[in-house]
Design a protein around this ligand. Structure first.
Ligand code: NAP
Length: 621
């Protein structure tokens, strides 16, 4: 398709494409029919001498749509085309917030404070920088990266392909690996912050502790604690500063508050112990007896590497996970792929789109197919296909030990919880120095961990890979909105809710990135952030253009949105399978409500975020 893009040659668009099922059909990959391969090779060789000079003609929407249709082997809805066009990254800044008619004078009066210099804070800042708006980022750590700064545990890396885990405005970033390591993601975020002029606007080592809305001035009053006299916690007592700002954008994220397991005696343990987000860099795991509690994405990712160093490693598993291997995981980008990405115009664009389209195809495996179930299936043909494929992978690895195999096969459908990705977990379980412990933990004492069968395992260190308190969205900041209502109070009765996952009644001019029900069904977190950041920046731009002092989501709009969201969630396996994972799946709250994800298909949800509708809001001037 890169050649078609470059040349406009219609023959290339007439070639047939096959839908190749991956992982039992849960994913589909559109691939060029092999009968055309030779012809494409010949054409590429013919054109190759001109690749360096040829930047190709700009293609209009009709041409791009025809190309995407041919590429994916199926017609696209308007929403899919709009989204796919952005993912193709043919524009300089595909998701830019914009002024209607140039930067207005009112833009000088509007100030924004962004909380957090993680991916959300940086993405918002890039938008505001482009609009020429005044903003400051407050970051409690001492470097950019957010979750990628905190998660420094062994082998921390993205489990979504790097070519999805990037902003659409950064072209052909030289990722070293197909699935970037935490250090590489941090370097990427630093690069973006530097290149777009954001770094200079970050204040490090300061934490927002309280934010209260002042009705009279229609501004937020922020209470900000400094880490110490010189900003790094070493130069004296913490200072408190008061800042007044019109708009607050919280990029605090969903995974910023660690969860420790609620186990009796946990505080008595005398050895090393820490949550995975508080990794102790001074700790050498070599020769140690180590307990890892938790086998979610984090535990599964770090355990194999720790096991290589440990004398003995106990992997505590309360619930088995569905774990999928991934092609190219932990592998550097091949020289061939790098040559294609760098050498053929538009190859990178279509490579990115392909990765995105494969990810999006997974959404179909998340819903229950009643006909399939009536015919004796469990969820749907594609979900059951994934289950069979992943079960077979466990069988191949552990099938020689039926008891171990049985302990590792989940009793709930794949995708009911987040699919865990790893290529080495089951091999690590089989190591002589590793024991998979599935008896429940009843206590921790000074020297180790006791399970329900009465066994006490002595350990030198405990690693808590127990996840996050995902419903504590803005924690530890206390937000106080209209009439003195706290955010905690606003969510007390019904749990966390927001409009589009971004904003909530009684909290004007406050926008959350990665708020309640904002995690999309597929695609990468970075793409989601871009969509949220555009929405928020566009809203701020509208405020500046029209002289709007405050925007507050109308309670009835927020309530109706949440009703639709809850109704739609009923169709998806997060809820249909919730009974099987009750209290053990962060997608669903203890009250049984799905609180983390967006139930709509990606094009539909991102369509809702494309442009703010002022009619949804109470406005003051
Ligand atoms: P998680 O998915 O919530 O998993 C927490 C683990 O701790 C589960 O195995 C859980 O067991 C266990 N646990 C919690 N309390 C326990 C207790 N009292 N006793 C025994 N076990 C207990 O957390 P996570 O692994 O940190 O992942 C969270 C999210 O972060 C992921 O879903 C993903 O979105 C993101 N993440 C992404 C990547 C990546 O991109 N590579 C890597 C890591 C994390 P139960 O299952 O029984 O509750």
């Amino acid at each position: 398709m890169a050649l078609a893009h470059l040349t406009g040659d219609p023959i290339l668009l007439d070639m047939s494409v096959e839908q190749t099922p991956l992982r039992g059909g849960a994913f589909l990959s559109a691939q060029l029919d092999p009968v055309h391969h030779e012809q494409v090779r010949r054409r590429a060789i013919e054109l190759a001498p001109g690749f360096a000079e040829n930047t190709g003609a700009a293609r209009g929407d009709a041409e791009l749509r025809a190309m995407m249709t041919a590429f994916l082997g199926r017609p696209l809805t308007d929403g899919e085309f709009r989204l796919g066009r952005e993912q193709l990254c043919v524009d300089d800044f595909p998701r830019a917030a914009h002024w209607s008619a140039g930067r207005p004078a009112g833009a000088d009066d509007l100030g924004v404070v962004i909380i957090g210099a993680g991916p959300s804070g940086i993405a918002t800042a890039v938008q505001l920088e482009r609009l020429g708006l005044r903003y400051t980022i407050l970051e409690r750590q001492h470097a950019v990266g957010g979750t990628w700064l905190l998660n420094r545990y062994p082998d921390a890396r993205v489990d979504v392909n790097s070519f999805q885990y990037q902003f659409t405005f950064e072209k052909n970033y030289p990722w070293p690996d197909y699935f970037a390591s935490a250090a590489d993601v941090r370097a990427y975020l630093e690069h973006v912050a530097d290149r777009h002029g954001v770094s200079a606007r970050i204040r490090f080592g300061v934490e927002l502790t309280r934010a209260s809305w002042d009705e009279r001035s229609r501004t937020w009053h922020l209470e900000v604690t400094g880490a110490g006299g010189d900003g790094d916690g070493t130069g004296g007592p913490a200072s408190v500063e008061h800042i007044e700002t019109q708009v607050v954008v919280s990029g605090a994220g969903m995974f910023s508050t660690p969860k420790f397991p609620d186990i009796p005696g946990i505080e008595t343990f005398q050895g090393r112990h820490f949550h995975t987000t508080q990794w102790d860099d001074s700790w050498d795991p070599a020769g140690q007896r180590i307990a890892v509690i938790g086998n979610g994405s984090t535990g599964v990712q770090l355990m194999p590497r720790l096991a290589e160093a440990a004398e003995r490693l106990y992997q505590f598993q309360r619930t088995p996970q569905w774990i999928s291997p991934m092609e190219g995981y932990k592998e550097p980008i091949s020289a061939d792929d790098r040559a294609l990405l760098d050498g053929i115009p538009f190859y990178w664009n279509w490579f990115c789109l392909k990765n995105w389209a494969i990810g999006m195809s997974m959404e179909a495996a998340q819903t229950v197919d009643p006909d399939w179930v009536a015919r004796g299936g469990q969820v749907s043909e594609r979900n059951d296909g994934l289950r069979a494929t992943l079960t077979e992978i466990i069988r191949q690895k552990l099938g020689h030990d039926p008891e171990l195999f049985a302990r590792c096969v989940p009793d709930y459908a794949p995708l009911a919880r987040r699919l865990v990705v790893d290529n080495g977990y089951y091999d690590a379980i089989l190591r002589e120095n590793v024991e998979l412990v599935t008896d429940g933990i009843v206590a921790i004492d000074e020297t180790g961990i006791t399970t329900a069968d009465g066994t006490h395992r002595e350990v030198d260190a405990i690693v808590y890979a127990a996840g996050f308190q995902v419903t504590k969205y803005l924690y530890p900041t206390e937000y106080v909105g209209v009439g003195g209502i706290t955010q905690e109070k606003a969510w007390e009765e019904d749990g966390p809710r927001a409009y589009l996952g971004i904003t909530m009644p009684s909290f004007p001019n406050l926008f959350m990135l990665y708020g309640p029900n904002s995690q999309p069904r597929s695609g990468s977190f970075i793409n989601a952030i871009e969509n949220w950041a555009r929405y928020v920046a566009q809203m701020i731009a509208l405020m500046a253009e029209r002289g709007i002092r405050s925007v507050e989501i109308r309670p009835e709009v927020c309530a109706a949105y949440n009703k639709r969201l809850d109704d739609e969630s009923e169709q998806i396996i997060w809820l249909t399978e919730a009974a099987r994972t009750r209290g053990r799946n962060y997608y669903v709250s203890e009250q049984g409500r799905q609180v983390a994800n967006v139930p709509w298909a990606l094009p539909e949800f991102y369509g809702m975020l494309a442009e703010p509708r002022l009619d949804d809001y109470l406005l003051t001037w």
